[in-house]
Design a protein around this ligand. Sequence first.
Ligand code: 15L
Length: 255
Amino acid sequence: MVKNILVTGAAGRIGACLADGLPEYGHTLRLLDKVAIDRAGHEVVVCDVTDAKALEGAMDGVTAVVHLAGIPSTSASFERLLTANIEGTYRVFEAARLAGVERVVYASSNHAAGFTPRQESAPAGTPVAPDSHYGVSKAYGEALGRFYSDRYGMRVASLRIGSFRDRPKSPRELSTWISHGDMVRLTHACLTSPDLTYAAVWGVSANTRSWWDPAAGLALGYEPRDDAEAYAEGMPELDPADPEYAYAGGRVVEL
Ligand code: 15L
């Protein structure tokens, strides 16, 4: 069982969800963000993920990292992504390697493959086809994870996260939604699976209308419990020609 986990970008929505949910699985968390986090019961580190020296200290005693820090916006400019997503992700992997951390769970995004035409059940290993500079930055993080796994034997999971919400808010999200509970279950599986070497895994709930093959997650012990179908009533029908539904990344392909 993994015990000491560094969560970067912990002030964000997914960070808050994991800070609530992972302790139930026996994990002890160190929450890192560039803004102060007021959360009782967790150790907190305030630093930027581009600060190599500060990261060195933050990795002390850590057995796994959940790397969430970065700009989450699909319309972010290259300049902003360069620092936060490209340099920051490199600094985190490198600090983890230098500290002997054995496992990294990396928050990638469906937008790393967002230009993939929508299909019934796209495999988790669907080739990179970014739909935005944001998607490109996530593809870079996946490549970095694969490199650290192949070169240094780090166990790395790249989560191609769909739509992380309380509940699905649009017809697309009936396919792409991941619930809070499933986000915790997926992360826990990736933090503990003895079978993980490198894997790209769709971050999605057990949605009846999912576009993504759950096999890679299941192989690591992820057992999603939620289904967006419970919220389908009253949602408009999908128009298959609308880019929102024609591509994995939805309307982002047009931004
Ligand atoms: C993401 O990766 C984004 O961070 C989020 O803002 C949404 O666009 C989400 O994907 C999605 O595809 O719904």
